[in-house]
Design a protein around this ligand. Structure first.
Ligand code: KIV
Length: 257
């Protein structure tokens, strides 16, 4: 695991980091060969469970989905989101991070936040837990999903938080919905890789939610690029099945005992 972390860190200023989300074994096993990092994101709350925010995602949900993902991940670094209210203080964070790692055999955990959680991150790192940071729009606590870096205060805070997270010992930082020139500046000043989602091409890597990328999840965010239309394939297959069943073409002798 340490080797995988070193590989991710060594990509800074050399080659881009490719990261996608997975919530189950089948997806993980398909994307694994193309990714450097696979993230079991708590976005699964909205994508799979139709929650209005990620706040309702529980530790058990993250653990069960991550156990499934683990079966499909062979080469990528596997990171699991610590859900809302599972890292309110260092003691709680260490207990829950250890539980996630023990039960899912993931390589690292991701936490959302800057200055407020720096001490918690330091204590996780002290306990040999690998941490990915997450700055910019923070879905677990966000009241607005507008991009960050519009004014001087936001910019100053994000620059400060990036340095604080680096000093706390994170091995990389996700930047979510951060204005391009600010993402560029953060990427320049921190020594660990930045992984952007709606944070420009200047980051050291990019992450997208796989269900958005394949067109399975309906989302209209500017930062999403739809690379496939998997809905059409599922629709076509279901329609063909329906026709075969109604016309008694399925099951044929080949599919019967
Ligand atoms: O939960 C998630 O999927 C994430 C990514 C969008 C970075 O945090």
């Amino acid at each position: 695991m340490q080797k995988k972390i070193s590989i991710i860190k060594s990509k800074k200023n050399k080659s881009k980091i490719v990261c996608l989300t997975a919530y189950s074994k089948n997806t993980a096993s398909i994307i694994d060969k193309h990714c450097d990092v696979i993230l079991v994101g708590d976005s699964l709350g909205s994508v799979l469970y139709n929650f209005s925010s990620t706040k309702k995602v529980t530790l058990d949900m993250m653990i069960e989905h991550s156990k499934s993902v683990r079966m499909g991940v062979k080469k990528s670094l596997m990171v699991v989101d610590m859900p809302h209210n599972t890292y309110r203080n260092s003691k709680e964070a260490i207990k829950n991070a250890k539980k996630i790692i023990l039960k899912t055999k993931c390589d690292a955990v991701k936490l959302e936040g800057g200055k407020k959680i720096v001490q918690i991150i330091k204590n996780l790192v002290k306990n040999k837990i690998q941490v990915m940071g997450h700055l910019g729009v923070l879905p677990q606590s966000a009241t607005s999903f507008k991009f960050k870096g519009k004014n001087i205060v936001e910019r100053k805070n994000l620059l400060r938080d990036s340095k604080l997270l680096e000093e706390a010992g994170v091995f990389s930082i996700v930047l979510e919905c951060v204005e391009s020139s600010l993402a560029k500046e953060i990427t320049r000043i921190v020594r660990v890789p930045t992984i952007g989602i709606g944070a420009s091409v200047h980051c050291d890597g990019q992450v997208l939610v796989t269900d958005d990328l394949i067109g399975l999840n309906e989302i209209s965010a500017r930062f999403v690029k739809k690379y496939s239309n998997i809905k059409k394939y599922i629709n076509d297959a279901a329609l063909k099945f329906k026709q075969d069943v109604t016309e008694t073409k399925f099951p044929s002798k080949k599919h019967s005992y």
